[in-house]
Design a protein around this ligand. Structure first.
Ligand code: GAL
Length: 654
């Protein structure tokens, strides 16, 4: 699609006068900005009253950008319905799990199940599609912004019942799957079933899991409606919506990715230094995987100050540049930001921007220019024509929303079972070891990978568990973590021991789980914590046992030869170093070793038939990496070890 890397960010001209627009364009050109996202949250400026549209200002902005060579990603503004809408359609306001109806005053104040909202969203999308579908500045449609609103209340109850009826057909089946005989929850009529609003005590986990599936599908339907309209009113313009990674669990990103023409993400690492770059690597790997190993787009990141609940995180220009390269190396078509110009006031008045409050004569704006100039010289990394595969990784981590939702259920043996945290820990260990990783859904084909990692995958269907068995049986290497495979997809515990769905392939039986406080020691010297399990070996051998405590002498880490492959089990929460050591040993068995590591990363990227290596030094000391090819920035040739200064980078065409 592109022949240049996209560079720019969210642009909100509706907040400024035309004199500022002219100034913006001057600064955009100075910074080599070639793409801006317009329209996000602009609904009240585009439709100030029901059915009354004021597109003139947007016409002028798009024309102005176009004559200055700046492309537009045009967003439908449906993440923020205007106040008139909320007043006219109170049933379309979101209701919290506690039954509180939220009023206007922030953003995302909508109920995705309300027909009035969906109708209004389709109407504004249609108007925008008609008006701008053939505008020469249009590069992409950006539907909504970060779908994520989950609502409760009567409108949602009605939709949830219909969804359940479609899924279960009749109530006896639902009663059976949810085991409603427990605590006298048996339903006799559909009207008795509600979305799981606040309850007196623990709710029914099977009901909660179904509600999350329903809520995710609802958001996807809302997206798909707009996407269909926009596709029908423009030709060949890709449609996307931006995922908030990695913290949002309201939606099924795999399903969304299938419905999009291009995956796009927003990413705001929360840690300083090397840890923040590990987070960016995680998000980039996830985005590429969601995109099916094809290019995707970083729709938003922050230039310098990153929002956090306590103190904002300060990011240097060098960090921003290396993060941008991390995403591009993993397949992003460019680096876009929230936001172009810092607002005069408003909810996020102090969020960082490409043009800061202090203006042009600042290190921040000079950083904006520096990144723009760098990316302008890297157009070889922007694929032209049909996009091909980006990476060639041999290791995959299973990642799917049901696993996250299940671990997020109340009433588990430990309240802080942290699915996302464990997946991040596993990814980080591999990133620090210099090993490239993909993410994969358990319904996808596992057989392309030498090693598959299965962290805290509590619910697994028979089909998914069967696919894991087949994978190992035919020669794959599996590492599964504690509590995985304990329930089926409906959160029903599989009989005869926890982890029952994986018992055969792992060659173990979990008699009982033992959550622990404090440090656990294993016989190989590893330290662990939080969780342990009483295992019986049923064919597996012990790799390391528990040392001391209630489970003294019992297996903690196991290995099982199954068919032509091997299945490893980790029954406790290993500390970072122990986890890395364990994984490196498993990978070594598979003949996989890392490149660089410990904050010095080398990412291999394919663009068509051409291969690039992007080496990034996130540490405070110079580092040496082996690269071969031509440096895209300096034109030098590299044929082996190259020194990258602290905080520096190297981009090489093989
Ligand atoms: C994103 C959102 C932006 C802005 C940004 C900074 O999640 O899409 O609109 O709010 O966060 O907080």
């Amino acid at each position: 699609m592109a022949s240049e890397l996209l560079y720019g960010g969210d642009y909100n001209p509706e907040q400024y006068s035309p004199a500022v627009w002219a100034e913006d364009v001057r600064l955009m050109k100075a910074a080599r900005v070639n793409t801006v996202t317009v329209g996000v949250f602009a609904w009240s400026s585009l439709e100030p009253n029901e059915g009354v549209f004021t597109f003139d200002w947007l016409d002028d902005v798009l024309d102005l950008l176009h004559v200055n060579g700046i492309g537009v990603i045009l967003a439908t503004p449906t993440a923020s319905p205007p106040p008139w809408f909320s007043l006219a359609h109170p049933e379309a306001l979101p209701v919290t799990a506690d039954g509180v109806r939220l009023l206007h005053g922030s953003r995302d104040t909508y109920n995705p199940a309300a027909e009035a909202y969906r109708h209004a969203a389709r109407r504004i999308a249609t108007e925008m599609g008609r008006r701008y579908g053939t505008h020469p500045a249009l590069r992409m449609w950006h539907v909504h912004n970060e779908y994520g609103t989950v609502s409760f209340g009567p409108v949602v109850d009605a939709e949830f019942r219909l969804w359940l009826e479609r899924k279960y057909g009749a109530l006896p089946r639902l009663n059976d799957v949810w085991n409603t005989a427990f605590w006298s929850q048996r339903y006799g009529r559909w009207a008795e079933v509600f979305a799981p609003q606040a309850t007196q005590y623990l709710g029914n986990p099977a009901q909660l899991l179904d509600f999350r599936r329903f809520a995710a599908e609802l958001l996807l339907t809302a997206f798909a409606e707009q996407a269909d309209i926009l596709r029908s009113l423009s030709s060949g313009i890709p449609v996307t919506t931006n995922f908030m990674l990695p913290t949002w669990l309201h939606y099924d990103q795999w399903a969304f990715a299938e419905a999009e023409d291009l995956v796009s993400i927003d990413d705001y690492p929360s840690e300083p230094g090397v840890d923040g770059h590990a987070q960016a690597a995680f998000s980039g790997d996830l985005a590429r995987s969601l995109a099916g190993n094809r290019p995707w787009l970083l729709m938003e990141q922050a230039t310098n100050l990153i929002y956090r609940s306590d103190a904002m995180l300060v990011r240097s220009t060098q960090d921003m540049i290396r993060s941008s390269l991390q995403y591009i190396a993993r397949g992003s078509l460019g680096a876009l930001f929230f936001q172009w110009r810092a607002p005069r006031t408003g909810a996020e008045v102090f969020h960082s921007s490409m043009v800061p409050h202090s203006g042009e004569d600042t290190d921040q704006f000079r950083g904006t220019v520096q990144l723009g100039e760098l990316l302008a010289g890297l157009s070889e990394l922007a694929p032209e024509g049909p996009p091909g595969p980006v990476a060639e990784n041999r290791v995959a981590i299973l990642w799917y929303p049901e696993a996250w939702w299940a671990a997020d259920t109340r009433g588990l043996p430990r309240a802080d079972l942290d699915y996302s945290g464990l997946v991040h820990q596993v990814h980080r260990a591999l990133w620090l070891a210099g090993v490239g990783v993909d993410f994969i859904h358990p319904d996808q084909d596992l057989t392309g990978y030498d090693v598959v990692l299965l962290p805290l995958a509590i619910p697994l269907s028979d089909t998914q568990a069967g696919a894991v068995e087949d994978y190992v049986g035919s020669g794959g290497r599996l590492v599964a973590w504690y509590f995985s495979g304990t329930t089926d997809e409906n959160f029903s515990v599989v009989p005869a021991g926890y982890g029952g769905q994986l018992a055969r392939v792992l060659g173990i039986r979990v008699q009982m789980v033992h959550p622990v406080d404090g440090v656990l020691t294993l016989t190989d010297g590893s330290t662990a914590g939080r969780w342990s399990e009483h295992l019986d070996l049923r064919g597996a051998e012990t790799v390391a046992g528990y040392s001391g405590g209630t489970l003294d002498g019992k297996p903690a880490l196991t290995r099982h030869s199954f068919g032509r492959g091997t299945a490893h089990y980790v029954s406790t929460h290993l500390d970072d170093d122990a986890l890395r050591g364990h994984l490196v040993a498993v990978l070594a068995d598979a003949g996989i070793s890392g490149r660089a590591g410990d904050g010095l990363e080398v990412i291999d990227r394919r663009v068509g038939d051409t291969r690039f290596s992007i080496a990034l030094n996130h540490t405070d000391a110079p580092g040496t990496v082996a690269v071969y090819g031509t440096d895209l920035v300096t034109g030098h040739s590299h044929a082996g070890p190259a020194v990258i200064p602290a905080g520096g980078y190297l981009i090489v065409r093989a």
